[in-house]
Write a protein of this length. Sequence first.
Length: 441
Amino acid sequence: MLAAMPPPATLPVPLSPGNASARARGDACPGALRLHQADDGALARVRVPGGVLTVAQADVLRELAGRLGDGELHLTSRGNVQLRGLGPDCGSELVSRMGASGLLPSERHERIRNVVASPLSGLDGRGDRDIRPWLSALDDLLCASDTAVGLSGRFLFALDDGRGDVDVLGADVALTARSGEDALLRIGSSESVVRIPANRAPEAALIAAEAFLDAAPGSGAWRVTDLSGGGEILLDEVLRRLRQAKIRSTRTAGPVRPPDSATPALGVVTGPQDAVTLSVGVPLGRIGAAQWQALTDTARRCGSGELRLTPWRGVVVPGTDPAHAAEALARLGSVGLIIGPRSPWTGVGACIGRPGCAKSLADVRGEAAATVGAAGALPVYWSGCERRCGHPRGEWVDVVATPDGHQVSVVRGEERGGAQSIPDSPAALAAAVAAARGTLS
């Protein structure tokens, strides 16, 4: 465990004015132990650091969803799993089964294990480093830290192998691999980064997170962006703590980020020495028992015995036998999973909508299904209200239910353009969404 470091006199840091009132309500982010009561029953959010599951753990989740919930597993934009439709007396079985399977290594830390990681790291020959050792080390450090318990369930770590896929997901603390023996540490949306030794990167990430906690004691700040000044205001303090921990660190200008994340290609992904990985998408992030079983069977019979859930609501099956890859991919497609870029479902996402969410104004999943047509050049995300829970980043088509119909616009980074108010007309809505997405060339 890291030694405690006294905060300097410059702390605390005030909250951003736009977020101060919201923080006063407290962090109600659900977990596996703190269930959220939704309109379709209780909801449990199971943190899966880096999206990595053994097939045994995947089997446990499928069994729990079938026996205690609605029978489906719901993938999140952080590569986690939600169980929905749970009954009021399911808590003890959830805890015991997940604990026995290794899904709950620490009850005190279960909501803070929010870590996204490059899902194809070490598999396709891209990237500057296999970040799996970082993932294991960071999770161990988080679960051993008494201070880290104070992080909110929304605080996010990102481990990027250098390809730039998860560095753009808006993490509070991000590590990016670089060729050689160095790594980059980014805090929030700071334009500056800190160059550190790669072998101390997980320790540096925890130091940054603990510095954030000390920066706003008692404020209720959930994320770095809630602090006035964001990540920039923490950099000097993080550098001080890194040097106190004898971690070589240099502040430098951050690399130019790509305009949008390079999501894993769908289908058969080849790597060095003829290594083969299967990459599939999950329509609307909702996966049924038969689909989940097909994935675990594939991983068990002709894969490495592991699944990796992606922040784009997909699943990667590493270590697939090259001789059976095409056949295995076809089987996954036959149960309704997305196996190629030209599938009508590619890039289509939605929040839970009605009837699962009381705040939703529409059954946006049903509407998304009704308007699926040719594959579009841009992803599209359907939201039942203006909160836009789970929306993507980068460039995408934003469809939001309103009291009178829907609003359709195109989001590019922080800019939103071409907004159209569409009356309650399925035909007009489908035409507007198709036009905004464009045609896949």
